[in-house]
Design a protein around this ligand. Structure first.
Ligand code: C2E
Ligand code: CA
Ligand code: CA
Length: 463
């Protein structure tokens, strides 16, 4: 049946429908159209109505990096993914209630007898999302971040509990995603801190509060410096020194990372180009690039423009990316990296071994350098490092013709293992912390000597 209603009558018709729906529990008034799950309005009603005698858990669920997937794969794809995710979510929530609150945010309300039951439920939900989604011709893997709060422990009303579940969700996201967090009073502080950082971050670039530090990268075989990694520093008049781990995530969420990242790239290219003119013509510069920058339409052109403007030979620029989302074809990202590679720019896979990194990513993306995550380098200090995965990663990298760099090297013992496994390059406090520009310049001349002194080797003698 099709009912035609004139525009001015439409809103009163919808209101009427709502009223009828509220009385009769009409399906469309309580359910989200895309996924068929209960909607936010219904959640709020249910929370008001819930039997307060029961122990209740409010769980908020968010698909990691959904916005990026939506931007890179298109909205139709995004909707299909949400529908499929909603279906999977509903299947796992029974006998509780499953809701879609909007965007990629879902919620579940469960009554329970003991907290182990909830932990088991969260684990099984995360497990169920490990299975790849097949949307059209593409396969996609997504993970979930979840925040949980309990009634009556975490709030006097269920609405308050919902607010606290949201804080826990933020906590799960900011501590690396793909995990769940249970509400804790301390999270109130974290929320306040985020707001504070965000407020001052908006003006930081304009007020010239950023600086770029440079951490040397050394070749193990010769002990010579091969280049630097550029690392941003923020000295805020209001907040003092703010570490990148505290503000980069917020810069990504607010898209401020786009102008900030561009500023770092320009500054770093200028610096290395000047060093080339001063005779250090072999030095390379590595610059971190956020996935948010990479997905911008004009990203490739921005990089090429900066290279042209600063005069740096593209062969000396390396962009460090992390594998944050796994999309079967990697199409949108790969084609951009291919263009940059054609111009001579090198690509490094950062933090390899952490979170999402996978061999398929390495094979499908045009990577030159593999950076072994500090976590694995740390494992070299354990009792039986032979069993360490570092050896394996180095072998894989070498087989694929990649240059392998170990980061976060802090001790001589780690260095010795890396030499034994024939890792090509190292970076870490053992040789140098990230340095302000002037100190980085000074470091170049003494790098080789410092290397041999630290390793207790005769200067100039190849290892
Ligand atoms: P990352 O890219 O993995 O950078 C390495 C981090 O490890 C740096 O922290 C560096 O100072 C630290 N590090 C290096 N050697 C050692 C060591 O031997 N021991 C220990 N404990 N730490 C070591 P930093 O500078 O605080 O940066 C943290 C993260 O923030 C970076 O991790 C990167 O993901 C991000 N970041 C920094 N600068 C930028 C930037 O300009 N753009 C973007 N998008 N992200 C950036
Ligand atoms: Ca990096
Ligand atoms: Ca890294």
């Amino acid at each position: 049946m099709l009912i035609w209603i004139k525009g001015d009558k439409m809103s009163s018709f919808i209101n009427r429908l709502r009223q009828v729906g509220e009385k009769t529990g009409d399906y469309f008034c309580r359910h989200d159209k895309l996924t068929g799950l209960l909607d936010r309005v219904q959640l709020m009603k249910d929370l008001k109505r819930k039997n307060r005698g029961h122990h209740t858990a409010v769980i908020l669920v968010d698909i990691d990096h959904f916005r990026l997937i939506n931007d890179s794969m298109g909205h139709v794809f995004g909707d299909q993914l949400l529908r499929a995710a909603g279906h999977r979510f509903r299947g796992s929530v029974a006998p509780g209630r499953a809701y879609r609150l909007g965007g990629d945010e879902f919620a579940a309300v469960l009554t329970f007898n003991n907290t182990q039951q909830i932990a088991k439920y969260l684990d099984s939900l995360q497990e169920s999302f490990k299975k790849t989604f097949i949307i059209g011709n593409s396969k996609i893997h997504v993970s979930l971040s979840m925040g949980v709060a309990f009634y009556p422990e975490d709030g006097e009303t269920l609405e308050e509990v919902l607010k606290h579940a949201d804080m826990a969700l933020h906590d799960a996201k900011s501590s690396g995603r793909n995990r769940y967090a249970l509400y804790d009073r301390k999270m109130e502080e974290a929320v306040k801190d985020r707001r504070l950082v965000e407020r001052y971050l908006h003006q930081a670039l304009e007020n010239e509060e950023f600086e770029v530090y440079y951490q040397p990268q050394l070749m193990i075989e010769t002990g010579k410096i091969s280049g630097f990694e550029a690392l941003i520093r923020w000295n805020s008049p209001e907040l003092g020194f703010v570490s990148p781990n505290r503000f980069i995530g917020i810069a990504e969420e607010t898209q401020l990372i786009i102008p900030i990242g561009e500023w770092v790239l320009r500054k770093a290219c200028k610096f290395i180009h000047r060093l080339h003119r001063e005779g250090y013509s072999d030095l390379d510069i590595s610059v971190n690039v956020s996935i948010v920058q990479l997905l911008q339409e004009g990203f490739v052109q921005t990089v090429l423009d900066i290279l042209k403007e600063t005069g740096l030979d593209p062969h000396h620029l390396e962009l460090e990316i992390t594998e944050t989302i796994l999309i079967d074809s990697y199409e949108s990202i790969r084609s951009k990296l291919d263009v940059l590679r054609c111009h001579g720019v090198r690509i490094a896979m950062d933090d390899f071994g952490r979170g999402y990194s996978s061999l398929s990513g390495l094979k499908q993306l045009p990577i030159n350098t593999l950076k072994i995550d500090k976590l694995f380098v740390d494992s070299l200090l354990e009792a039986e490092p032979e069993s360490s995965i570092v050896d394996l990663i180095i072998q894989i990298g070498r087989k694929m013709g990649l240059s392998v760099l170990a980061e976060g090297v802090e001790t001589k013992r780690q260095m010795e293992y890396l030499m034994q496994y024939q890792c090509a390059k190292v970076q870490g406090y053992f040789f140098s912390k990230p340095l302000p520009q002037r100190e980085a310049e000074r470091f170049i001349a003494t790098a080789s000597m410092a290397f041999h002194a630290r390793m207790g080797l005769e200067t100039g003698k190849a290892v």
